[in-house]
Design a binder for this molecule. Structure first.
Ligand SMILES: C[S@@+](CC[C@H](N)C(=O)[O-])C[C@H]1O[C@@H](n2cnc3c(N)ncnc32)[C@H](O)[C@@H]1O
Length: 262
């Protein structure tokens, strides 16, 4: 079952109380100082994502299911882009707003509560969309990708990091992960130039993080306890997953006109 916004709110409240969990993630994934992640995208992976997005100063990035805003804020800092961050957890969004202030990026960052399938953004209003380790939560995934295409300017980029099952019938994996098929879903959502690449080095960084988390005395730290439960669950079926980076473009303007009038 997918987690509700209230469950994510509690998860974030625990995480915000736990410098131990954040520090472990930052160290094991090689993240830049100050980047608060609740996913498995490493610092080296982020460099690849920045290149794939190809953002210029002043352009607009939508970081969808942004959590506490860590990756989007770092990309805004590096590229000079403007940032819209959206997540259905109000606790995460409030924290992201504080992070934007703390990092001196509040004038370029707009964090809002919103849904993967209903962003509330105007049509053709953003230059690029990033979804880090979150598309599996969308119900249904195709609606979220169609929503991204709607919000993107013609020819804009989408970059998605996620996992895909090696075998969609593998019952060790959650149904939400087994349903991820980014090549097919991005194409069906109307994107072009779809590429889905395996990322074995990201996978190794993730595995090292889960294994390290299990060696730590969590004591009464609720975020560490939750991380250890997740580590046990993920490692038990780790061989069943591929770690992937998907990139694609929205159709060019002429094609969008044809599609929307069809
Ligand atoms: C694994 S976390 C990743 C967060 C962030 N992208 C990062 O990399 O740090 C998944 C995020 O998806 C958000 N989420 C899950 N379902 C969602 C939905 N239906 N609409 C919007 N956000 C959702 C959660 O609140 C959570 O912040």
């Amino acid at each position: 079952m997918t987690k509700s916004a209230a469950e994510f709110d509690r998860w974030y409240a625990d995480r915000i109380e736990s410098p131990l969990a954040d520090e472990l993630v930052r160290r094991m994934l090689g993240l830049p100082p100050g980047l608060q992640s609740t996913s498995l995208l490493s610092g080296a992976g982020l460099d690849e994502v920045v290149t794939a997005l190809g953002l210029r100063a002043g352009q607009v990035l939508l970081d969808l299911a942004c959590g506490r805003g860590g990756y989007g804020l770092e990309i805004a800092r590096r590229s000079g882009c403007r940032l819209v961050g959206l997540d259905f957890s109000a606790v995460a969004i409030e924290h992201a707003q504080r992070q934007a202030q703390a990092r001196g990026l509040a004038d370029r960052a707009d964090f809002r509560v919103g849904e993967l399938t209903r962003t509330g953004l105007s049509t053709a209003s953003v230059d690029a969309v990033l979804i880090v380790d979150s598309i599996q939560f969308a119900e249904p995934k195709l609606d979220a990708l169609r929503e991204c295409r709607r919000a993107l300017l013609p020819g804009g980029r989408i970059v998605v990091t996620c996992w895909e099952a090696r075998d969609a019938t593998d019952e060790r994996l959650s149904p939400k992960l087994r349903q991820v098929d980014l090549r097919r879903q991005l194409s069906r959502a109307g994107f072009v130039n779809v590429e889905v690449t395996d990322k074995p080095a990201w996978r190794l960084a993730e595995q090292a993080l889960w294994e390290k988390a299990l060696t730590i005395d969590a004591g009464g730290d609720l975020a560490m306890q939750s991380m250890q439960e997740e580590a046990n669950r993920v490692l038990a079926a780790f061989d069943g997953l591929r770690r992937v980076l998907a990139t694609a473009s929205g159709p060019p303007a002429a094609e969008m006109t044809v599609r929307s009038s069809a």
